[in-house]
Each structure stands twice: as C-alpha cells, then as structure tokens.
Design a protein around this ligand. Structure first.
Ligand code: PGA
Length: 249
C-alpha cells in the first residue's frame, strides 16, 4: 500500500515569521492525523525555521531545488549536503517554473535526482506538458520521455524513495485543473514507464502525485483515482485552513 503524500510548494512566498505561523497552524490542526504524509516546501530562507518546528513530528520538510555538486565555486547555489545539514527530507526537482525560467533541462534534472539520492534526500520529480503540447497530442510521448530521462541510471533500490509529480503546466496557478480521469491516465502511463525500466514491483511502490490548481473542492476527485497517490499543492498550501482541508480530503 502506498501512503498518500501531500506536499505544499510555497514557491517564492512567506518570510520566516509567516512560514512559522503557517506551519504551527497546520501542525496544530493535523496532529494525530496520520493517514497522509504531509510535507512543507518553503523557500530556502525558511527551511531551517520550518525544520525546527517539524523536528520530532511526522511532518516532512522539502526544498524547492538544489545543485548537484557537493560544494565549490557555484555562487548562489545550494548543495545536497547543505540541505541534509538542515534536515531536509525531500527536494522538488524539475518544477516547470524552473524548467521555463531557469534553464532546467531533463539532463540537469537527472543530475539533481542522483545528487539528492546520494545525499539521502528524497526527490519529488516534476513532469508535465504545456497546453500546446497537449493540444498537439504530444502529452504521452513527452511525459514518457521526461520520466525516462529523469530516472536515467538510477538504481532500482532507490525507487521507493522517489516521488513523481505530474503537473500539467496549463493547470499550474491558473485555477484550471485537470480532471481525475485525465490525470489518472497520465499518471498510469508514468507508472507503466517506471515498470518498463525497473519492473512491476518498483512501479507499485513509487508514489505519483497530481499537481496544478489543487484545492479543497477538487482534491477528492484526484485522490479517488487508483493511480494518484497524492498532490503537490502551490497556491492553496499558503493558507492554514485550505491546506488542512486538502490534507483531510
Ligand atoms: P498551484 O501550483 O497549486 O498553485 O497550481 C502547483 C505547483 O506549481 O506545484
């Protein structure tokens, strides 16, 4: 049985005090609720403060990116060892905003996935198509390719530690979510792709989330689908009550 995982991607929002009060509020309302694994992904500046609040609880902490080298002259970058040092459990890799604005490619995604795993941090790998790609009928091929390239040369034993987030780009921050059936179909394809490379057992273990305009009103539609194991939530993770409602779908 795959445990559902719901992660809040705060993007470039929340100061340290704002982040603290969000996390305190969520923890207070969800204490004792263990059906779902909950992960907070604040900006780098608030990671340590969030870790202080979640230490010793079942709540996880994730970064939103990392660099693949352990250390060196890479001004502005953050290494896997630094994230491990803070106590990060997860790291989001290859979010479409990083692919679009910051030059992330399938190759750098793969380097980052390997670096995270080597440091003992669990990657949340994002894949997804644009509206133009969807309308051109390219979704299946593109998602398959993104998945294969992200997981290139990964050891089979690492698969249970990996999370994939299927986020159709046209659904991110637009209020226009996919629907349960379509998302389930693409996520099923991702699982089939994993099975093709790593075998059925690994495919049954890997957790695959849906992301893109997830809110309290639509979370159940996604979580009711057999292939969908959780959600990567952006905007709706920034408020205590909406995020708690999503977790308690
Ligand atoms: P959204 O963002 O929930 O605001 O659409 C999701 C994401 O980018 O991870």
């Amino acid at each position: 049985m795959r445990k559902p995982i719901i992660a809040g991607n705060w993007k470039m929002y929340k100061t340290i005090p704002e982040g603290r009060s969000l996390v305190q509020g969520v923890i207070q309302k969800l204490t004792g609720y263990n059906e779902v694994e909950v992960v907070f992904c604040p900006p780098f500046t608030a990671l340590s403060a969030v870790k202080d609040l979640t230490g010793g609880t079942s709540f996880g902490v994730g970064a939103q990116d990392l660099y693949w080298k352990e250390q060196g002259a890479f001004t502005g970058e953050i290494s896997p060892l630094m994230l491990k040092d803070i106590g990060c459990d997860y790291v989001i890799i290859g979010h479409s905003e990083r692919r679009e604005h910051f030059g992330e490619t399938d190759e750098t995604v793969n380097l980052k996935v390997k670096a995270a795993l080597a440091a003992g941090i669990k990657p949340i790998i994002c894949v997804g198509e644009t509206l133009a790609q969807r309308e051109a009928g390219e979704t299946q091929n593109l998602i398959k390719r993104q998945t294969e390239l992200a997981l290139k040369d990964i050891e089979t034993s690492a698969i249970p530690r990996i999370v994939i987030a299927y986020e159709p780009i046209w659904a991110i921050g637009t209020g226009k979510s996919s629907n349960g059936t379509d998302a389930n179909e693409v996520i099923g394809l991702i699982r089939k792709t994993v099975a093709g490379i790593f075998g059925n057992e690994s495919a049954e273990q890997i957790r695959i989330q849906y992301g893109g305009s997830v809110k309290p009103e639509n979370i159940k539609e996604f979580m009711d689908q057999p292939e969908i194991d959780g959600a990567l939530v952006g905007g709706a993770s920034l408020e205590i009550d909406t995020f708690v409602k999503i977790v308690k779908y």
